[in-house]
Design a binder for this molecule. Structure first.
Ligand SMILES: *[C@@H]1O[C@H](CO)[C@@H](O)[C@H](O)[C@H]1NC(C)=O
Ligand SMILES: *[C@@H]1O[C@H](CO)[C@@H](O)[C@H](O)[C@H]1NC(C)=O
Length: 510
């Protein structure tokens, strides 16, 4: 996960938030067939960054820079050491009793040259061992093919801004389907494109930190969508018949609530620039970029003296190639924002930039902060609104929540804020289901504390605590792990449930 922390607005005010459900105290059941899981990602947990033939990714490269761009100057060189401790990870997944474990593959571990000319057997063995260990215990692996760790060599050739990435990525994913697709039935092509393109290419908040706003981010978006579509078509045409799995992309989307009715348009436009840039080309009936995004960027580009829109066009063939390339709607969600049109803020945006193209002010409320130690704001009604928005906007697609979770600035086991967050947000999922929104699965981020990108180890998201000082990276369940386990066991939410946190068990019946 990654969320940019926006400076809290200091003024407080009261607005009618529209009809949002109260937190309910009755025990509420999930529909039959609903899937529960936990997640992690390769660079954040594996460690072994240069072991057994693995080559350098952009995150290895970024964390090894001097001076370090990471808040605590840490790296993922060892992280949770899951490369060696994966059996303990699977044991924890079994303790949670979940249906699936979402992991990601490291491209540079499997293909050290970035290309299929050389397959690294040690890397393949690692993923085979992990997948087989899960299946032995009846846990489904869900695999993200790209969770940000681009091969450094490909980055030096432009990464997502080079149109050849569509071929390179296609070759990589074909190899992954060939190697693992006999046992893997849930694939995510790319994790969080907004964060990749905006924070990594438009700004300097994530690797590769290109910081070319309003230009590199839009080029990234186009090539990334074409690469996603390539991965979908390869699966669909060459593997689906024999392997029978499902595949889609995962978007990180937050909710943008208008401060008042005056800003309803600002809210809609912000949503189109944020999640719509990826969702509209794939999930809408007509495909292509959202029209408001095309219009605004084209107009600003012309005013600014560019020879053409900074947002690259799709050809009609490309629109068709991308449209409909999903078996479900993968969604990561963390928090919400308010929007208005505060001119001082809008006039302060860099020109050109995506922020300037949108021309909307985004802010948070102090009352959403659960404690001085929380790094994620608590706005469960925003999740409810977002889920229902996607139902209406994209004709009720099956939504698979592939990440949702809470960050803290403390390491302790009594994570009451995280428990509050999970209860509120899982309640919001049930509220949206009650309204007819088609939600098929839920994933807690994260199984365990790990390397949180630019924040290093300063922010913890784990339902398991990890002791990064111990050689074994000792993992210990937090209170939230016990609470989540009970939700999964009973397939229902009882917000009054108080766990006995003295013993963690594995239900062998699973
Ligand atoms: C894939 O999706 C289809 C259609 O929703 C569904 O029938 C099938 O069971 C899914 N496959 C898996 C492995 O979940
Ligand atoms: C680390 O794990 C190994 C294998 O489980 C165990 O034998 C050893 O005692 C552990 N070391 C520490 C310091 O916990």
């Amino acid at each position: 996960m990654f969320l940019k922390r926006i400076v809290l607005s200091l003024f407080c005010f009261h607005v009618v938030l529209g009809k949002t459900p109260e937190i309910r105290e009755d025990v509420r059941k999930f529909p039959d067939g609903f899937l529960f899981g936990v997640a992690s990602a390769s660079y954040q947990v594996e460690g072994a960054w240069d072991e057994d033939g693995k080559s350098e990714s952009i995150w290895d490269h970024d964390t090894h820079k001097i001076p370090s761009p990471i808040d605590d100057m840490s790296t993922g060189d060892i992280a949770d050491d899951s490369y060696h401790l994966y059996k303990r990870d699977v044991e924890m997944v079994r303790e949670m009793g979940v249906d699936f474990y979402r992991i990601s593959l490291s491209w540079t571990r499997i293909m050290p040259t970035s290309f299929p000319d050389k397959i690294n057997q040690a890397g393949v063995d690692y993923y085979n061992n992990l997948i087989n260990e899960l299946l032995k215990h009846n846990i489904k692996p869900m695999i993200t093919l790209f969770h940000w760790d681009m091969p450094q060599k490909l980055q030096e050739m432009g990464g997502w801004t080079n149109p050849n990435i569509v071929d390179w990525y296609g070759d990589y994913v074909r190899t992954a389907y060939e190697l693992f697709g006999d046992r893997v039935k849930y694939w995510i092509t790319i994790n969080e494109p907004t964060q990749i393109c905006l924070y990594g290419y438009g700004l300097n908040l994530l690797a590769p930190r290109l910081n070319i706003p309003g230009v590199a981010d839009y080029l990234c978006s186009k090539n990334l969508l074409l690469a996603h579509a390539r991965a979908y078509h390869i699966y669909d045409e060459e593997f689906r018949a024999s392997q029978g799995g499902n595949i889609s992309i995962t978007l990180s989307a937050q909710w943008y609530e208008p401060e008042s009715e005056l800003y309803a348009t600002a809210s809609r436009e912000y949503l189109q620039f944020d999640s719509g840039v990826y969702a509209h080309p794939i999930f809408s009936k007509e495909g292509d970029w959202p029209s408001i995004v095309k219009e605004k960027v084209a107009r600003k580009s012309a005013e600014q003296g560019f020879a053409r829109s900074r947002l690259p066009d799709f050809t009609p063939e490309e629109i068709e190639y991308v449209r409909g390339t999903s078996d479900f709607f993968g969604l990561n969600h963390y928090s919400s924002y308010f929007v208005n049109m505060d001119e001082d803020t809008i006039n302060s945006y860099a020109v050109p930039s995506r922020a300037d193209d949108i021309g909307v002010n985004v802010f948070k409320l102090n009352e959403w902060v659960l404690s001085e130690f929380s790094s994620t704001d608590y706005v469960p009604w925003g999740f409810y609104k977002l889920l229902n928005y996607f139902r209406e906007e994209y004709d009720n697609p099956p939504i698979f929540i592939t990440e949702n979770g809470f960050g803290t600035y403390y390491t302790g086991l009594d994570d009451d804020e995280r428990v509050t967050y999970y209860r509120g947000y899982i309640g919001a999922v049930l509220d949206a289901i009650d309204d007819g929104t088609n939600i098929i699965g839920y994933t807690a981020w994260c199984l365990m504390d790990n390397f949180e990108w630019t924040k290093g180890y300063t922010v913890r998201y784990g339902i398991y605590h990890v002791d990064f000082e111990s050689p074994n990276r000792t993992r210990t369940p937090r209170k939230s792990a016990f609470v989540y386990k009970e939700i999964v066991r009973t397939r229902s939410l009882d917000i009054g449930f108080e766990p006995d946190t003295s013993v963690m068990t594995i239900d062998e019946g699973h």
